[in-house]
Design a protein around this ligand. Structure first.
Ligand code: PLP
Length: 384
Protein backbone atom coordinates (compact mmCIF):
# COMPACT_ATOMS: atom_id res chain seq x y z
CA UNK A 1 0.00 0.00 0.00
CA UNK A 2 1.22 3.48 -0.93
CA UNK A 3 3.47 5.16 1.68
CA UNK A 4 2.99 2.17 4.01
CA UNK A 5 -0.46 3.38 4.99
CA UNK A 6 -3.11 0.77 5.64
CA UNK A 7 -6.24 1.60 3.72
CA UNK A 8 -9.39 0.28 5.40
CA UNK A 9 -11.75 2.84 3.89
CA UNK A 10 -12.84 1.03 0.73
CA UNK A 11 -16.49 1.96 1.15
CA UNK A 12 -15.41 5.58 0.65
CA UNK A 13 -13.42 4.84 -2.47
CA UNK A 14 -11.11 2.13 -3.80
CA UNK A 15 -7.68 2.09 -5.43
CA UNK A 16 -7.66 1.41 -9.18
CA UNK A 17 -6.95 -2.07 -10.52
CA UNK A 18 -3.71 -2.14 -12.56
CA UNK A 19 -5.70 -3.08 -15.67
CA UNK A 20 -7.89 -0.04 -15.15
CA UNK A 21 -4.86 2.23 -14.85
CA UNK A 22 -3.41 0.73 -18.04
CA UNK A 23 -6.65 1.09 -19.99
CA UNK A 24 -7.07 4.71 -18.91
CA UNK A 25 -3.44 5.59 -19.67
CA UNK A 26 -3.73 3.97 -23.07
CA UNK A 27 -6.90 5.92 -23.81
CA UNK A 28 -5.36 9.19 -22.62
CA UNK A 29 -2.48 8.61 -25.02
CA UNK A 30 -4.38 7.23 -27.98
CA UNK A 31 -8.11 7.84 -27.80
CA UNK A 32 -8.74 11.46 -27.10
CA UNK A 33 -11.33 11.84 -29.86
CA UNK A 34 -14.69 13.37 -29.08
CA UNK A 35 -17.23 10.54 -29.46
CA UNK A 36 -19.58 12.95 -31.22
CA UNK A 37 -17.05 13.71 -34.00
CA UNK A 38 -17.68 11.82 -37.19
CA UNK A 39 -14.04 11.37 -38.17
CA UNK A 40 -12.02 8.26 -37.37
CA UNK A 41 -10.80 9.39 -33.95
CA UNK A 42 -14.34 10.26 -32.91
CA UNK A 43 -15.67 6.97 -34.22
CA UNK A 44 -13.03 5.05 -32.23
CA UNK A 45 -14.07 6.81 -29.03
CA UNK A 46 -17.74 6.15 -29.80
CA UNK A 47 -17.14 2.45 -30.33
CA UNK A 48 -15.15 2.23 -27.06
CA UNK A 49 -18.06 3.79 -25.19
CA UNK A 50 -20.59 1.46 -26.77
CA UNK A 51 -18.57 -1.62 -25.95
CA UNK A 52 -18.23 -0.40 -22.34
CA UNK A 53 -22.00 0.05 -22.20
CA UNK A 54 -22.40 -3.47 -23.55
CA UNK A 55 -20.27 -5.05 -20.84
CA UNK A 56 -22.12 -3.22 -18.07
CA UNK A 57 -25.54 -4.06 -19.56
CA UNK A 58 -24.49 -7.69 -19.91
CA UNK A 59 -23.52 -7.89 -16.25
CA UNK A 60 -26.92 -6.55 -15.20
CA UNK A 61 -28.81 -8.64 -17.81
CA UNK A 62 -30.22 -5.42 -19.18
CA UNK A 63 -30.33 -4.01 -22.68
CA UNK A 64 -27.63 -1.55 -23.76
CA UNK A 65 -30.39 1.00 -24.47
CA UNK A 66 -31.17 1.00 -20.74
CA UNK A 67 -27.69 1.96 -19.50
CA UNK A 68 -26.72 5.64 -19.27
CA UNK A 69 -23.36 6.96 -18.12
CA UNK A 70 -23.41 9.78 -15.57
CA UNK A 71 -20.85 11.67 -13.48
CA UNK A 72 -21.38 9.27 -10.56
CA UNK A 73 -24.05 7.88 -8.33
CA UNK A 74 -25.00 11.22 -6.81
CA UNK A 75 -26.11 12.33 -10.26
CA UNK A 76 -27.71 8.94 -11.02
CA UNK A 77 -29.71 9.03 -7.80
CA UNK A 78 -30.81 12.63 -8.36
CA UNK A 79 -31.76 11.79 -11.93
CA UNK A 80 -33.82 8.74 -10.98
CA UNK A 81 -35.74 10.60 -8.30
CA UNK A 82 -36.24 13.93 -10.01
CA UNK A 83 -37.11 12.45 -13.41
CA UNK A 84 -39.54 9.92 -11.92
CA UNK A 85 -41.39 12.81 -10.27
CA UNK A 86 -41.26 15.05 -13.33
CA UNK A 87 -41.85 12.53 -16.12
CA UNK A 88 -43.59 9.52 -14.62
CA UNK A 89 -46.08 11.39 -12.42
CA UNK A 90 -44.65 9.94 -9.21
CA UNK A 91 -46.12 11.97 -6.34
CA UNK A 92 -45.08 9.81 -3.41
CA UNK A 93 -41.71 8.27 -2.56
CA UNK A 94 -41.07 5.68 0.10
CA UNK A 95 -37.50 5.55 1.30
CA UNK A 96 -35.73 4.81 4.59
CA UNK A 97 -33.99 6.84 7.30
CA UNK A 98 -30.64 5.12 6.58
CA UNK A 99 -30.19 6.09 2.93
CA UNK A 100 -27.14 7.92 1.60
CA UNK A 101 -27.33 11.72 1.92
CA UNK A 102 -27.59 12.15 -1.85
CA UNK A 103 -30.97 10.39 -1.64
CA UNK A 104 -32.24 11.67 1.71
CA UNK A 105 -31.28 15.31 1.21
CA UNK A 106 -32.76 15.32 -2.29
CA UNK A 107 -35.98 13.75 -1.03
CA UNK A 108 -36.29 16.20 1.87
CA UNK A 109 -35.77 19.19 -0.45
CA UNK A 110 -38.37 17.90 -2.94
CA UNK A 111 -40.75 17.18 -0.08
CA UNK A 112 -40.31 20.70 1.34
CA UNK A 113 -40.91 22.15 -2.13
CA UNK A 114 -44.21 20.25 -2.24
CA UNK A 115 -43.09 18.18 -5.25
CA UNK A 116 -43.39 14.80 -3.57
CA UNK A 117 -44.83 13.20 -0.46
CA UNK A 118 -42.09 11.45 1.42
CA UNK A 119 -42.63 8.46 3.70
CA UNK A 120 -39.91 6.56 5.50
CA UNK A 121 -40.14 2.86 6.14
CA UNK A 122 -39.14 1.64 9.61
CA UNK A 123 -35.78 -0.05 10.11
CA UNK A 124 -34.79 -2.26 13.04
CA UNK A 125 -31.66 -2.05 15.20
CA UNK A 126 -29.59 -3.85 12.57
CA UNK A 127 -30.79 -1.51 9.85
CA UNK A 128 -33.05 -4.17 8.30
CA UNK A 129 -36.07 -2.73 6.49
CA UNK A 130 -39.38 -3.68 8.11
CA UNK A 131 -40.98 -5.39 5.11
CA UNK A 132 -44.40 -5.57 6.77
CA UNK A 133 -44.32 -1.81 7.26
CA UNK A 134 -43.19 -1.38 3.66
CA UNK A 135 -46.11 -3.49 2.48
CA UNK A 136 -48.53 -1.49 4.66
CA UNK A 137 -47.20 1.76 3.22
CA UNK A 138 -47.48 0.41 -0.31
CA UNK A 139 -51.08 -0.64 0.23
CA UNK A 140 -52.11 2.51 2.10
CA UNK A 141 -52.36 4.88 -0.87
CA UNK A 142 -53.39 4.98 -4.52
CA UNK A 143 -50.92 7.73 -5.31
CA UNK A 144 -48.32 6.97 -7.99
CA UNK A 145 -45.45 5.78 -5.81
CA UNK A 146 -41.78 4.96 -6.15
CA UNK A 147 -39.68 3.11 -3.57
CA UNK A 148 -36.05 4.21 -3.32
CA UNK A 149 -33.75 2.05 -1.19
CA UNK A 150 -30.10 1.19 -0.87
CA UNK A 151 -29.23 -2.36 -1.87
CA UNK A 152 -26.32 -2.37 0.59
CA UNK A 153 -25.93 0.28 3.25
CA UNK A 154 -22.61 2.10 2.87
CA UNK A 155 -22.13 2.69 6.61
CA UNK A 156 -23.24 -0.53 8.28
CA UNK A 157 -23.41 -3.02 5.40
CA UNK A 158 -27.00 -4.15 5.97
CA UNK A 159 -28.70 -5.21 2.72
CA UNK A 160 -32.22 -5.46 1.38
CA UNK A 161 -33.46 -8.61 -0.31
CA UNK A 162 -33.87 -7.34 -3.86
CA UNK A 163 -36.18 -10.20 -4.81
CA UNK A 164 -38.58 -9.59 -1.91
CA UNK A 165 -38.67 -5.81 -2.26
CA UNK A 166 -39.07 -6.05 -6.00
CA UNK A 167 -41.99 -8.51 -5.61
CA UNK A 168 -43.72 -6.22 -3.09
CA UNK A 169 -43.35 -3.29 -5.48
CA UNK A 170 -44.58 -5.32 -8.43
CA UNK A 171 -47.65 -6.47 -6.49
CA UNK A 172 -48.58 -2.87 -5.70
CA UNK A 173 -47.61 -1.52 -9.15
CA UNK A 174 -44.95 0.65 -7.57
CA UNK A 175 -41.74 1.79 -9.24
CA UNK A 176 -38.48 0.75 -7.60
CA UNK A 177 -35.15 2.58 -7.56
CA UNK A 178 -32.15 0.87 -5.95
CA UNK A 179 -28.82 2.45 -5.12
CA UNK A 180 -26.40 -0.42 -5.83
CA UNK A 181 -23.25 1.65 -5.36
CA UNK A 182 -21.74 -0.64 -2.73
CA UNK A 183 -23.04 -3.94 -4.12
CA UNK A 184 -22.67 -3.69 -7.90
CA UNK A 185 -20.22 -6.38 -9.11
CA UNK A 186 -19.73 -7.63 -5.53
CA UNK A 187 -23.03 -9.52 -5.72
CA UNK A 188 -24.73 -10.85 -8.85
CA UNK A 189 -27.71 -8.70 -9.90
CA UNK A 190 -30.02 -10.08 -12.56
CA UNK A 191 -32.41 -7.39 -13.75
CA UNK A 192 -34.17 -9.80 -16.10
CA UNK A 193 -35.71 -11.42 -13.00
CA UNK A 194 -36.37 -8.31 -10.94
CA UNK A 195 -38.99 -5.59 -11.12
CA UNK A 196 -36.51 -2.70 -10.88
CA UNK A 197 -37.04 0.49 -12.87
CA UNK A 198 -33.92 2.44 -11.84
CA UNK A 199 -30.52 1.27 -10.60
CA UNK A 200 -27.53 3.46 -9.73
CA UNK A 201 -23.85 2.49 -9.61
CA UNK A 202 -20.50 4.24 -9.36
CA UNK A 203 -17.08 3.15 -10.67
CA UNK A 204 -14.88 4.39 -7.84
CA UNK A 205 -16.37 1.97 -5.30
CA UNK A 206 -15.17 -1.00 -7.34
CA UNK A 207 -11.61 -0.10 -8.33
CA UNK A 208 -12.63 2.15 -11.21
CA UNK A 209 -12.08 5.89 -11.55
CA UNK A 210 -13.96 8.72 -9.82
CA UNK A 211 -16.43 10.94 -11.64
CA UNK A 212 -18.12 8.18 -13.60
CA UNK A 213 -21.25 6.24 -12.79
CA UNK A 214 -24.32 4.86 -14.45
CA UNK A 215 -28.06 4.79 -14.23
CA UNK A 216 -30.08 1.86 -15.49
CA UNK A 217 -33.53 2.94 -16.61
CA UNK A 218 -36.00 0.23 -17.50
CA UNK A 219 -37.15 0.65 -21.13
CA UNK A 220 -40.82 0.73 -20.16
CA UNK A 221 -40.29 3.69 -17.84
CA UNK A 222 -38.06 5.89 -19.92
CA UNK A 223 -37.76 9.47 -18.66
CA UNK A 224 -36.68 12.73 -20.29
CA UNK A 225 -33.12 14.12 -19.92
CA UNK A 226 -32.01 15.39 -16.53
CA UNK A 227 -29.16 17.43 -18.05
CA UNK A 228 -30.07 19.10 -21.35
CA UNK A 229 -28.12 20.75 -24.16
CA UNK A 230 -26.60 17.94 -26.18
CA UNK A 231 -27.49 14.68 -27.88
CA UNK A 232 -25.02 12.52 -25.94
CA UNK A 233 -26.14 9.30 -24.28
CA UNK A 234 -28.93 8.97 -26.85
CA UNK A 235 -30.27 12.39 -25.92
CA UNK A 236 -30.55 11.41 -22.26
CA UNK A 237 -27.55 13.18 -20.74
CA UNK A 238 -25.98 16.17 -22.41
CA UNK A 239 -22.24 16.80 -22.16
CA UNK A 240 -19.16 15.34 -23.83
CA UNK A 241 -18.74 11.83 -22.53
CA UNK A 242 -16.06 11.09 -19.93
CA UNK A 243 -14.36 8.59 -22.19
CA UNK A 244 -11.43 7.87 -19.86
CA UNK A 245 -13.84 7.30 -17.01
CA UNK A 246 -16.09 5.08 -19.09
CA UNK A 247 -13.16 2.96 -20.26
CA UNK A 248 -11.94 2.59 -16.67
CA UNK A 249 -15.43 1.77 -15.41
CA UNK A 250 -15.92 -1.02 -17.95
CA UNK A 251 -12.46 -2.47 -17.25
CA UNK A 252 -13.18 -2.45 -13.52
CA UNK A 253 -16.53 -4.18 -14.08
CA UNK A 254 -14.87 -6.87 -16.20
CA UNK A 255 -12.20 -7.54 -13.58
CA UNK A 256 -14.64 -7.50 -10.65
CA UNK A 257 -16.91 -9.95 -12.45
CA UNK A 258 -14.15 -12.32 -13.44
CA UNK A 259 -12.89 -12.29 -9.83
CA UNK A 260 -16.26 -12.04 -8.06
CA UNK A 261 -15.91 -15.24 -6.03
CA UNK A 262 -12.23 -14.71 -5.26
CA UNK A 263 -13.04 -11.15 -4.15
CA UNK A 264 -15.88 -12.25 -1.92
CA UNK A 265 -13.97 -15.06 -0.27
CA UNK A 266 -10.77 -13.01 0.28
CA UNK A 267 -12.60 -10.04 1.80
CA UNK A 268 -15.01 -12.19 3.83
CA UNK A 269 -12.03 -14.04 5.30
CA UNK A 270 -10.35 -10.74 6.23
CA UNK A 271 -13.54 -9.38 7.79
CA UNK A 272 -14.02 -12.55 9.85
CA UNK A 273 -10.39 -12.57 10.91
CA UNK A 274 -10.52 -8.90 11.92
CA UNK A 275 -13.77 -9.43 13.78
CA UNK A 276 -12.50 -12.40 15.75
CA UNK A 277 -9.29 -10.57 16.73
CA UNK A 278 -11.29 -7.49 17.74
CA UNK A 279 -13.67 -9.54 19.86
CA UNK A 280 -10.71 -11.24 21.58
CA UNK A 281 -9.08 -7.95 22.52
CA UNK A 282 -12.19 -5.85 23.08
CA UNK A 283 -14.96 -8.10 24.39
CA UNK A 284 -17.25 -5.13 25.08
CA UNK A 285 -17.45 -3.80 21.54
CA UNK A 286 -20.66 -3.88 19.53
CA UNK A 287 -21.01 -4.46 15.81
CA UNK A 288 -23.37 -2.13 13.99
CA UNK A 289 -25.55 -3.62 11.26
CA UNK A 290 -26.53 -7.16 10.33
CA UNK A 291 -23.94 -9.80 11.17
CA UNK A 292 -25.84 -12.85 9.93
CA UNK A 293 -27.30 -13.94 6.62
CA UNK A 294 -26.43 -11.70 3.69
CA UNK A 295 -24.58 -8.46 4.38
CA UNK A 296 -22.05 -6.31 2.60
CA UNK A 297 -18.89 -8.30 3.30
CA UNK A 298 -16.61 -5.33 2.62
CA UNK A 299 -17.87 -3.35 5.64
CA UNK A 300 -17.40 -3.86 9.38
CA UNK A 301 -18.83 -1.08 11.53
CA UNK A 302 -17.62 -1.26 15.12
CA UNK A 303 -18.96 0.61 18.16
CA UNK A 304 -16.28 1.01 20.84
CA UNK A 305 -17.51 1.50 24.41
CA UNK A 306 -16.87 4.80 26.22
CA UNK A 307 -13.16 5.37 26.82
CA UNK A 308 -11.07 8.54 27.27
CA UNK A 309 -9.38 7.92 23.90
CA UNK A 310 -12.40 6.91 21.86
CA UNK A 311 -13.35 10.45 20.80
CA UNK A 312 -10.03 10.85 19.03
CA UNK A 313 -9.96 7.31 17.70
CA UNK A 314 -10.15 8.13 14.01
CA UNK A 315 -7.42 10.75 14.35
CA UNK A 316 -5.23 8.41 16.37
CA UNK A 317 -5.62 5.66 13.80
CA UNK A 318 -4.70 8.17 11.10
CA UNK A 319 -1.56 9.11 13.04
CA UNK A 320 -0.75 5.40 13.24
CA UNK A 321 -1.08 5.16 9.43
CA UNK A 322 -4.51 3.58 9.21
CA UNK A 323 -7.26 5.11 7.08
CA UNK A 324 -10.83 4.52 8.26
CA UNK A 325 -14.09 6.48 8.43
CA UNK A 326 -16.47 7.35 11.20
CA UNK A 327 -19.41 6.98 8.86
CA UNK A 328 -19.81 7.71 5.18
CA UNK A 329 -16.86 9.59 3.70
CA UNK A 330 -19.03 12.60 2.91
CA UNK A 331 -19.95 13.13 6.55
CA UNK A 332 -16.78 11.93 8.24
CA UNK A 333 -15.38 15.46 8.48
CA UNK A 334 -18.51 16.59 10.24
CA UNK A 335 -18.69 16.42 14.02
CA UNK A 336 -22.34 15.39 14.29
CA UNK A 337 -23.14 11.72 14.55
CA UNK A 338 -24.19 9.69 11.52
CA UNK A 339 -27.93 9.69 10.76
CA UNK A 340 -27.63 5.95 10.11
CA UNK A 341 -26.24 5.18 13.57
CA UNK A 342 -28.89 7.42 15.14
CA UNK A 343 -31.65 5.65 13.20
CA UNK A 344 -30.55 2.23 14.45
CA UNK A 345 -30.08 3.45 18.04
CA UNK A 346 -26.38 2.79 18.50
CA UNK A 347 -25.62 3.99 22.07
CA UNK A 348 -24.66 7.68 21.97
CA UNK A 349 -21.66 7.17 24.23
CA UNK A 350 -20.09 4.59 21.88
CA UNK A 351 -17.62 5.63 19.20
CA UNK A 352 -18.30 3.93 15.89
CA UNK A 353 -15.69 3.34 13.23
CA UNK A 354 -16.29 1.87 9.79
CA UNK A 355 -13.52 -0.45 8.64
CA UNK A 356 -14.01 -1.37 4.97
CA UNK A 357 -11.88 -3.81 3.04
CA UNK A 358 -10.94 -4.74 -0.51
CA UNK A 359 -9.07 -7.50 -2.31
CA UNK A 360 -5.85 -5.45 -1.85
CA UNK A 361 -5.95 -5.82 1.95
CA UNK A 362 -4.12 -8.57 3.82
CA UNK A 363 -4.21 -10.40 7.16
CA UNK A 364 -0.90 -8.73 8.00
CA UNK A 365 -2.58 -5.35 7.73
CA UNK A 366 -5.35 -6.57 10.02
CA UNK A 367 -2.72 -7.70 12.56
CA UNK A 368 -1.05 -4.28 12.44
CA UNK A 369 -4.39 -2.50 12.84
CA UNK A 370 -5.25 -4.62 15.87
CA UNK A 371 -1.85 -3.86 17.44
CA UNK A 372 -2.44 -0.14 16.89
CA UNK A 373 -5.91 -0.32 18.44
CA UNK A 374 -4.49 -2.17 21.42
CA UNK A 375 -1.79 0.48 21.74
CA UNK A 376 -4.34 3.30 21.56
CA UNK A 377 -6.85 1.79 23.97
CA UNK A 378 -4.86 -0.39 26.34
CA UNK A 379 -7.91 -2.71 26.47
CA UNK A 380 -7.57 -3.64 30.15
CA UNK A 381 -8.43 -0.02 31.01
CA UNK A 382 -11.76 -0.47 29.21
CA UNK A 383 -13.13 -2.71 31.97
CA UNK A 384 -12.23 -0.44 34.87
N1 PLP B 1 -24.67 6.02 -2.76
C1 PLP B 1 -23.89 5.34 -1.92
C2 PLP B 1 -24.44 4.16 -1.19
C3 PLP B 1 -22.57 5.73 -1.71
O1 PLP B 1 -21.80 5.05 -0.84
C4 PLP B 1 -22.07 6.84 -2.41
C5 PLP B 1 -20.69 7.33 -2.19
O2 PLP B 1 -20.28 7.54 -1.06
C6 PLP B 1 -22.92 7.51 -3.31
C7 PLP B 1 -24.20 7.06 -3.46
C8 PLP B 1 -22.43 8.66 -4.13
O3 PLP B 1 -21.63 8.18 -5.19
P1 PLP B 1 -20.67 9.12 -6.05
O4 PLP B 1 -19.46 9.35 -5.22
O5 PLP B 1 -20.39 8.33 -7.29
O6 PLP B 1 -21.43 10.36 -6.36
Amino acid sequence: MKGQRIYFDNAATTPLFDNVKKAITDAVENNFGNPSSIHALGRTSRSIIESARKSIAKELKASTAEVFFTSGATESNNMAIQCAIRDLAVSRIISSPIEHHCILDTLHILNEQGKVNLELVRVDESGEIDLTHLEDLLMSSNEKTMVSLLHANNEIGTMIDLQQVSELCEKSKTLLHVDCVQSFTKFPIDLSHLNIQFLSASAHKMHGPKGIGMLYINAENMVKPFITGGAQERNMRAGTENIYGIIGFAKAVDEMISRQEEYRSHVTDLRNYFKSKLSDWFPDILYNGTQEGTYLYTVLNVAFPPHPYSDLLMMNLDIEGICVSAGSACSSGVESRSHVLNAINVPQDHKSIRFSFSIFNTREEVDICIQKLVKIFEPESMHT
